[in-house]
Design a protein around this ligand. Structure first.
Ligand code: SF4
Length: 314
């Protein structure tokens, strides 16, 4: 990836202290040593948390922990920053989607042991009686795998977080993820998502994204410094995602114009809440009892899969 080249272009001294630099931030023009790089990441994340009041007195924060670099970095940051606060509780939640060879529970367990937080786990198989691999097989192709996976994971994460007493659900989404999501909504012409109002709804745990302004490669380096290399195998269904194409497009453009991802992420933030208005209070899905507008998408997807099952040849 072109963006990584600047990791190698660092045979320079830190712009702040003259120690050896470990990274060159193209958008700021700064070379940073490990200490000043860590300080730079953490100060920006803290600023974002203060700006959105994402962490408050008495919070129980559930970190959606996949074991990848983003969620591990987030767990590292939150335990380092708030771990000694008696009024803040941090726990981790892992969902196994049932994708062969993808999640490695023993690797995630090592991360949990390192940070010593309570760990809640479940799986699509336990929650829905079917794995994502089974769903893809029943559908006959994997074109919609990410859309199914996202919907099913969101619901189970919310339920587990709610039952664990969480007041916030924290995701390791980074600047690249945020900019990609905005671009995907633009490319789909999805005005509703671009302009929707984020609001608290009963039963839905408020979501926080502390790394929303930190580029992906910086999040990876932030995790690498204290934790070391993390196995990031990559999901076998990722090749289908529109996100992959948008990622490439943004990386290419960002190479020419290094502030592009910040500009796109800022555009997304500015558009939020500018739609025709909130979609109203969430109700309860009559099928599963979870918060939704009418029958939730999870139940619709599971119905779809059952429908395919019924139509299968004997
Ligand atoms: Fe799920 Fe798609 Fe991510 Fe794989 S790439 S874990 S299918 S959302």
């Amino acid at each position: 990836m072109r963006d990584d080249i600047s990791l190698i272009e660092t045979l320079m001294n830190c712009s702040k202290c003259r120690r050896e630099a470990i990274i060159y931030q193209r958008y700021s023009g700064m070379h940073l040593c490990s200490e000043h790089f860590t300080e730079s990441v953490e100060s920006r994340v803290k600023r974002e948390i203060r700006k959105h009041r994402w962490v408050e007195h008495g919070d129980t924060i559930g970190v959606a922990l996949s074991g990848g670099k983003d969620s591990t970095s987030l767990l590292h940051f939150l335990t380092k920053t708030f771990g000694n606060r008696p009024d803040i509780t941090i726990l981790a939640i892992t969902i196994d989607e049932g994708i062969a060879g993808y999640r490695n529970k023993s690797d995630i367990k090592k991360i949990i042991e390192r940070y010593g937080v309570p760990w809640h786990t479940t799986s699509f198989a336990d929650e829905y009686g079917i794995t994502l691999d089974n769903i893809v097989t029943r559908q006959g192709d994997d074109r919609r795998s990410c859309s199914f996976c996202g919907v099913l994971r969101r619901r189970v994460l919310n339920r587990v977080a709610r039952e664990a007493g969480c007041t916030k659900l924290a995701f390791g989404f980074n600047l690249d993820d945020e900019a990609q999501s905005v671009m995907m909504n633009v490319l789909r012409g999805d005005t509703e998502r671009l302009t929707m109002t984020q609001r608290d709804n009963q039963g839905m745990i408020p979501r926080i994204r502390p790394f929303a302004t930190i580029p992906e490669r910086e999040v990876a380096l932030y995790a690498h410094l204290p934790v070391g290399p993390l196995a990031d195998k990559g999901c076998p269904y990722a090749h289908n995602a529109l996100r992959k194409d948008v990622r490439r497009l943004l990386n290419e453009y960002n190479w020419l114009h290094p502030a592009t991802k910040y500009a796109v992420q800022g555009l997304g933030q500015n558009l939020q809440g500018r739609g025709t208005g909130p979609r109203g209070e969430l109700e309860i899905c009559p099928r599963c009892g979870e918060p939704a507008f009418g029958t939730c998408r999870t139940c619709t997807i599971l119905d779809d899969v059952k429908h395919v099952r019924k139509n299968e040849a004997p």
